[in-house]
Design a protein around this ligand. Structure first.
Ligand code: FAD
Length: 395
């Protein structure tokens, strides 16, 4: 396996890191104070600069205005951008838009591509992905019961979803709904594009997450479809292909999530190291002089390095040998990296003492919001079971 980085990729990664330090991290104070209006216009300006640097949309091909050069390269960008909650958004590769764009790119009809993918790829419109329901277990999505019934040349959708990330202000959602209740369990569902100015759609609320209700990109909404009619041509992929498309969407998406989490770990680690070097705990010693603190730093460095090696190896395997060859590793990195990131963020918070609990640094945001990493895209338990079952089959 060759993980060497070309000079031109290294230059682009360096430029991205410099942009993150000089333009994105300074915006975080507006984000942490919840000044959404100011933030929105700052992000719009920063996006123009990213486009002029030729770094826009590292997940999309050139034909769609992006700069994709391979999955390992994309993983490395995700790590740099993950250091700030505003990184991916500023570079146009934020979830769930990125996953939706990849789906539309692979499975969209020409008219879906023109209507939804092109403006999405440019960052002119926003989207969300509605699969999880409050009343059915998201860990086993074959149980979902929101439905779409064909009536003439329209699908009529009914059901309730929640944790629809970024629904607030989105232009369309891709809804996962049952289209054939009698089919085999993995062929019951389909994906349908729903424009959100539809009278049959309602955003019920932005769900507060640990005391904070985000807006716009940072919202997690509860939504409802009531006799929501969309043209038959809004189905994405074939009827009954919902689960296979979801798998396709989540596979590469998990690699990006993992590298984003490692970016979070890297940032928390850097904040911890800088802070302990300056925080005096006696007349002649700082926190950095304490062996217990040094142990936290060494453990965090080891955790991050091990997880990073595993994620890059997985990205390399997908790129060179296909998704199937990396299936087990994708489950493995999903739960392993989420836990590594949380351990490192937790240590960074501890090292900051009371300051770590405040919103004066980014760490409490990471601690609060990124707890979800062990739940979404399949909770830890589901991935651990999948890995263990696969391993045990060999004995
Ligand atoms: C911040 C956030 C953003 C999200 N964004 C989206 C989004 O954009 N779109 C969307 O559709 N969904 C989204 N989700 C939903 C997410 O995918 C689900 O929460 C997840 O799939 C788990 O489903 P559930 O919440 O229904 O938990 P349940 O399925 O009810 O499971 C509860 C818990 O049980 C445990 N568990 C599950 N199965 C097993 C098992 N076999 N053995 C032992 N223990 C088990 C797990 O610990 C799990 O956390 C988001 C969730 C969060 C928190």
């Amino acid at each position: 396996m060759d993980y060497s980085i070309s000079d031109s990729l290294q230059r682009r990664l360096n430029t991205t890191q410099e942009f993150l330090d000089s333009e994105i991290i300074p915006m975080e104070k507006y984000f942490l104070r919840g000044q959404w209006d100011e933030l929105e216009s700052m992000i719009a300006n920063a996006r123009l600069k990213v486009k002029s640097l030729g770094l826009w949309a590292p997940h999309l091909p050139k034909s769609l205005g992006g700069t994709f050069t391979g999955l390992v390269d994309l993983a490395l960008f995700a790590e740099v951008l993950g250091q700030s909650p505003l990184g991916h958004i500023t570079f146009g590769c934020q979830a769930p838009d990125a996953g939706n764009a990849e789906l539309l790119h692979l499975h969209g009809t020409e008219s879906q591509i023109q209507q939804w993918l092109r403006p999405l790829a440019l960052g002119d419109i926003r989207s969300c992905f509605a699969m999880t329901e409050p009343h059915t277990a998201g860990s086993n999505p074959t149980l979902l019961d929101s439905s779409a019934v064909l009536d003439g040349d329209e699908w009529v959708i009914n059901g309730r979803k929640w944790f629809t990330t970024s629904a607030d202000g989105a232009d369309f959602t891709i809804a996962m709904v049952i289209t054939d209740d009698t089919a085999a369990k993995h062929s019951r569902a389909s994906m349908i594009i729903v424009p959100l100015d539809n009278p049959g759609y309602k955003l019920i609320r932005n769900i507060p997450i640990m005391g904070h209700a985000g807006k716009g990109y940072f919202s997690h909404a509860e939504i409802e479809f009531t006799d929501c009619r969309v043209p038959v041509g809004n189905m994405l992929g074939g009827e009954g292909q919902g689960f296979s498309l979801a798998q396709e969407r989540l596979g590469p998406g998990r690699i990006q999530h993992c590298m984003r989490w490692l970016g979070i770990g890297k940032r928390a680690f850097a904040e911890m190291c800088s802070y302990v070097k300056t925080r005096k705990i006696s007349s002649n010693q700082t926190l950095a002089d304490q062996q217990l603190m040094q142990a936290m730093i060494a453990d965090s460095a080891a955790d991050l390095a091990a997880a990073r090696a595993l994620v890059i190896e997985t990205a390399w395997t997908v790129e060179n040998q296909g998704f199937k060859a990396a299936k087990e590793n994708i489950s493995l990195i999903k739960f392993y990296t989420a836990n590594v990131m949380q351990r490192v963020v937790d240590r960074a918070l501890q090292a900051h003492g009371g300051l770590g609990m405040t919103d004066d640094t980014i760490i409490s945001y990471f601690f609060r919001e990124e707890r979800a990493a062990r739940i979404y895209d399949g909770p830890d338990e589901v991935h651990r079971l999948a890995v263990a079952r696969k391993i045990l089959k060999q004995y």
